[in-house]
Design a protein around this ligand. Structure first.
Ligand SMILES: NC(=O)c1ccc[n+]([C@@H]2O[C@H](COP(=O)([O-])OP(=O)(O)OC[C@H]3O[C@@H](n4cnc5c(N)ncnc54)[C@H](OP(=O)(O)O)[C@@H]3O)[C@@H](O)[C@H]2O)c1
Length: 133
């Protein structure tokens, strides 16, 4: 892992690690490492590049809480210790909705349903990318 080399060999101070992370991408291994080193994870593409909005599972969870699928995806990330998110939202209503996601309370049943989503949907993997993990 490239990060391991930076942290353990070069001993560079790392303020945070910005990587792709969302309801459809597993980052368990990285999160475990970052937690052990007290490095926060910043999630890019937190809304699966907008695809979270039309996911049926997220929509169903949102309906239960009077929220949107996107808000569910965002709150799922923000509920995790050491995780921040940088959703891109150009529309004012999206920006407002994303801020209001902080008010939703997801429960264990919701988290289980999200755990059952496919976790291999990486949106960004250019040719110059490192070997992930
Ligand atoms: N470090 C890196 O290598 C890296 C790689 C990729 C991305 N990033 C950064 O990560 C940030 C986010 O990534 P991203 O833009 O690829 O994906 P994203 O944040 O997962 O999704 C953005 C899309 O979601 C839509 N959206 C936002 N809020 C919404 C809402 N409340 N309801 C419905 N749709 C909503 C946006 O539409 P509207 O704009 O129309 O509202 C836009 O189409 C960006 O700032 C990007 O620069 C960093």
């Amino acid at each position: 892992m490239l990060l391991k080399k930076v942290v353990e060999e070069i001993e560079a101070p790392i303020a945070c690690n910005q990587v792709e992370y969302h309801v459809m991408l597993d980052q368990t291994r990285l999160l475990k490492y970052l937690a052990a080193k007290s490095i926060p994870l910043v999630s890019y593409c937190p809304l699966v590049q907008g695809r979270a909005a039309s996911n049926e599972t997220l929509e169903a969870i949102g309906k239960k809480h009077g929220a949107s699928a996107t808000q569910v995806a965002l709150k799922w990330l923000l509920d995790q210790d050491g995780v921040a998110a940088i959703p891109k939202a150009s529309r004012t209503e999206s920006q407002r909705s994303n801020l209001e996601a902080l008010n939703i309370g997801l429960d264990d049943e919701d988290r289980q349903a999200i755990a059952n989503l496919p976790k291999d949907r990486r949106c960004v993997s250019p040719g110059f990318a490192p070997v992930w993990d």
